[in-house]
Design a protein around this ligand. Structure first.
Ligand code: ADP
Length: 228
């Protein structure tokens, strides 16, 4: 669950990226975050994963007051949030298997007898069971995004945040990735997807959270990309 209460973010230099935003996203929601470039979407996401701290107001994620998290608790907090990006951010010199296992290894799980079943199960979920030993540059864009999604899911997060996940994909592949996100959401993971993909938003008719110049300008239950 995500709650923002009167959240503003002013960057050094005085740019107000978010301006008094209040919103609640309940568990299991599928919400789109839309708005023009520079609207504040990435800042919104950075506040949720404690990449940035709000200048004022409060941010709660999974009942945790994110701004008040102690540094030593941030890694554990982040395990409950998966994040995927437009440019996949895979490690180029690691295979698919190693990329997906990496977040677990960082947290001290090193035994492949423990890692392997978890890696296999998320790769099966995203539909890539046969690519284990390939490197990212041996995969298509859509396959790379699936690996990134598998990696984001390997800790069993409560929330999956996708920042423009279809931005580098052709329309058909974009749809396949979105269908996968819908499936993951149907299994119970809360989904927040920042996007410029008008076609996807208009077809799916899910919740639309629209920000512009840092302000929440629209929050519709079964919204379209543009206001009606
Ligand atoms: P979006 O993701 O919707 O394109 P951003 O959250 O990246 O929007 O940016 C919102 C505003 O904040 C923009 O004016 C941007 O230039 C500014 N901004 C973003 N990050 C920083 C930063 N680290 N320092 C200063 N200004 C920033």
């Amino acid at each position: 669950m995500i709650v923002l209460q009167g959240v503003s973010k002013v960057y050094p230099g005085g740019i107000k990226a978010l301006d008094d935003v209040s919103i609640e996203i309940p568990e299991r929601e599928f919400a789109f975050l839309v708005g023009p470039s520079g609207a504040g979407k990435s800042t919104f996401i950075k506040l949720l994963i404690r990449d940035e701290i709000a200048s004022s107001g409060r941010v709660f994620v999974n009942n945790q007051d994110v701004g008040r998290l102690k540094h030593k608790h941030i890694p554990l907090f982040r395990r409950k949030i998966g994040v995927v990006f437009q440019d996949f951010k895979l490690l180029p010199y690691k295979t698919v298997r190693e990329n997906v296992a990496f977040p677990l290894q960082v947290h001290g799980i090193l035994d492949w007898k423990v890692l392997q079943p978890r890696v296999d199960s998320v790769l099966e979920l995203v539909g890539l069971p046969d690519c284990l030993d390939r490197f990212p540059d041996q995969l298509s864009g859509g396959e790379q995004q699936r690996v990134a999604i598998a990696r984001a899911l390997v800790h069993g997060p409560l929330i999956l945040i996708a920042d423009e996940p279809t931005g580098n994909l052709d329309p058909n592949t974009a749809w396949e990735v979105v269908q996968l996100l819908i499936k993951i959401n149907a299994y119970g993971t809360t989904m927040l997807m920042a996007t410029h993909n008008r076609e996807v938003v208009d077809m799916l008719r899910r919740r639309v959270i629209h920000i512009d110049h840092g302000r929440l300008v629209r929050d519709e239950k079964e919204g379209a990309y543009h206001a009606a």
